[in-house]
Design a protein around this ligand. Structure first.
Ligand SMILES: NC(=O)c1ccc[n+]([C@@H]2O[C@H](COP(=O)([O-])OP(=O)(O)OC[C@H]3O[C@@H](n4cnc5c(N)ncnc54)[C@H](OP(=O)(O)O)[C@@H]3O)[C@@H](O)[C@H]2O)c1
Length: 265
């Protein structure tokens, strides 16, 4: 969908990829609703979007507070009318082995990365179906396409997102709604800082993978192309991570032998 003049609601807009996408959408002429938990950071992003000439509103939202979603959708629609583009981008990472990870961490990651996007989408969909128009965008991950050490719940949440939104795409095609799943590789954001360790504490380190990754602005520019083209799925990242998606698909045995020996960070 061409974002000019459209209302785009971006979750996880206070930092990283979502923040980069907010500026790209602002430059493209979209009206923005910016969501995350950190209201102060969102206000700063809103100020910068206004500097780029965009109308933007802040809507504080916790992706694990699913019961709040119906009210949040009403609030979002009160800013500049119905939502044309919903970008389900907010997420948390993981650093911990399966055997050591406490169940609360597995559940937390599923709550934020899987149940959050699907319940928010369900709350936005009726209005899109009524208007026979809309685009749902999801920031998944290359970990939605393969798995690796220390990411069991994270990869599970992203695989679940892939499956749910693939099914949704087939259901809402008749309603003029498109579903775009974007799978980033390493992007230079704070994701590893806030990633959950096995005991639920924050990883608190900027990992090598993220440090050598592309910038959020570069990622956002590529995402904008994918959004404009209404693509169903796209991979945005470096040669190695995106190559790994194809390696898993075409040479799964070789992929398995490599991934078990890789320190994935
Ligand atoms: N960076 C990468 O290498 C990479 C690779 C593949 C996929 N991704 C995906 O990209 C998305 C964005 O991550 P990022 O890399 O930009 O990381 P980031 O800089 O840490 O940003 C994460 C965003 O999600 C928000 N968020 C986290 N928990 C939330 C909650 N419970 N409720 C509402 N918002 C919440 C954060 O805001 P608050 O803390 O203010 O709530 C922040 O705005 C995630 O879905 C992630 O899985 C990232």
């Amino acid at each position: 969908m061409e974002p000019k003049g459209k209302t785009a609601w971006i979750t996880g807009a206070s930092s990283g990829i979502g923040e980069g996408l907010a500026y790209a959408m602002a430059k493209a002429g979209a009206k923005l609703i910016l969501s995350a938990r950190s209201a102060d950071k969102l206000e700063e992003v809103k100020r910068k979007c206004a500097g780029l000439g965009a109308t933007a509103a802040v809507l504080q939202l916790d992706m694990s507070d699913h019961e709040s979603f119906p009210e949040k959708v009403k609030e979002a629609e009160s800013f500049c009318g119905p939502i044309d583009i919903l970008v389900n981008n907010a997420g948390i990472g993981q650093r911990g082995s399966a055997v050591e990870t406490i169940p609360e961490v597995d559940k937390r990651i599923m709550d934020v990365n899987f149940f959050g996007p699907i319940f928010l989408t369900k709350a936005v969909l009726p209005s899109m179906i009524e208007r026979k128009s809309g685009q749902i965008v999801i920031t998944s991950s290359v970990f939605g396409k393969f798995g690796g050490p220390t990411r069991t719940a994270y990869a599970a949440s992203k695989h679940a997102v892939q499956g749910w939104f693939d099914c949704l795409r087939s259901e809402v095609h008749k309603d003029g709604i498109t579903v775009t799943v974007i799978c980033p590789g390493y992007i230079r954001t704070n994701i590893s800082l806030h990633a959950l360790e096995a005991d639920g504490s924050s990883h608190n380190k900027l990992d090598k993978g993220q440090l050598k990754g592309m910038t959020p602005d570069e990622c956002a520019a590529k995402m904008m192309k994918v959004i404009r083209k209404n693509k169903s799925e796209a991979y945005v990242g470096g040669f190695v991570e995106v190559g790994a998606v194809y390696l898993k698909r075409f040479l799964p045995g070789l992929f398995e032998r490599i991934i078990r020996n890789v320190k994935v960070n």
